[in-house]
Design a protein around this ligand. Structure first.
Ligand SMILES: O=C(O)CCC(=O)C(=O)O
Ligand SMILES: [Fe+2]
Length: 301
């Protein structure tokens, strides 16, 4: 196996920028040629895709998902080591594992108007119920450009620091940065960061892809089990099928017939009863109950 550089210091660096500013850009995260290869594989799908409908997607954009099924080049983006390390640092404290939330190719058609500013994690109403002092993040979004992203063609607008201003639905447009970048670079932003696609004032489509990751206990934006049904997921390497959701989230969440769904992908064993998949905390609570007959107080002592 090739000698990989130690990504931990870089992951720390990008994680602190992301938590501080609500976004960061990783220049040349992958070779531009990788973005070109993927864009090339998706170009016929872009041509074929009908325009979206609705005030959020915009009537002048094209979108489609299931990108891991459409091109073998998508995997390197979805399983980017450095980005996954950053995502795990941010979301890891709040879940047993992170999961792929969405892959979506996006074209802003020439003349498209700017998108309404929004925070992606508002799709989960529970994100508003969490104590803001806890700073729980539900989602990390990664925007990968296929064409150059410029101010003129609608590069994503991001409001730095907006993740700490949850009570302000809309912020001054002049406070937004324009995430201009080249194919191969990646824009990361938090689910709580205010952002929007810009207006495409050029004669050429602005194409790119969103890959997002969420806490593994949330319902994903794109239903990964339908995007990649078992016969498709079985062809993926186990880390990838785990990431798309064929892996139990302890305790026992997202099981299939009482088992981790990864088992269903890889074996035909029948008639084995349900098996717990618990974390240390549940084991300790249950053992204490069996021993003492009382559950220990969960309040700090
Ligand atoms: O196209 C963009 O730059 C951003 C798209 C976006 O934020 C979304 O669709 O949720
Ligand atoms: Fe968004």
């Amino acid at each position: 196996m090739a000698n990989l550089p130690d990504i931990a210091p870089l992951a720390d660096h990008h994680t602190s920028a992301l938590l501080d500013q609500g976004y960061c850009i990783i220049p040349a995260a992958l070779p531009a040629a990788s973005a070109r290869d993927l864009a090339e594989d998706l170009s016929a799908d872009f041509e074929r895709a009908a325009a979206s409908t609705g005030p959020f997607y915009g009537n002048d954009t094209k979108r489609f998902g299931s990108l891991l099924r459409r091109s073998p080049h998508a995997q390197a983006f979805v399983q980017h080591d450095l980005i996954l390390a950053v995502v795990r640092q941010i979301l890891g404290p709040w879940c047993d594992r992170v999961a792929l939330n969405l892959t979506q190719a996006i074209e802003l058609m020439p003349g498209s108007i700017e998108q309404v500013p929004h925070r992606d994690q508002d799709m989960w109403p529970c994100s508003r119920l969490v104590d803001p002092d806890l700073h729980v993040e539900f989602l990390v979004n990664v925007m990968w450009p296929f064409t150059s992203f410029t101010r003129d063609n609608g590069a994503t607008r991001v409001w730095p620091g907006s993740h700490r201003r949850q009570d302000e639905t809309i912020l001054d447009p002049d406070e937004a940065i324009v995430a201009e970048m080249e194919p191969g670079s990646a824009l990361l932003f938090l689910g709580s960061t205010l952002h929007a696609g810009g207006a495409n004032k050029t004669d050429h489509p602005r194409r790119g892809m969103i890959v997002s990751y969420a806490l593994g206990w949330l319902k994903p934006y794109e239903l990964q089990w339908l995007a990649y049904p078992p016969d498709v997921a079985r062809q993926f390497d186990p880390d990838l099928s785990d990431l798309i959701g064929y892996r139990i989230h302890r305790p026992n969440l997202g099981n299939y017939e009482g088992h981790c769904p990864s088992k269903m992908l890889r074996s035909t064993d029948a008639n084995i009863g349900a098996v717990d998949a618990l974390g240390d905390e549940q084991h300790a609570l249950i053992e204490a109950y069996r021993r003492e007959g009382l559950l220990p107080s969960v309040a700090p002592s």
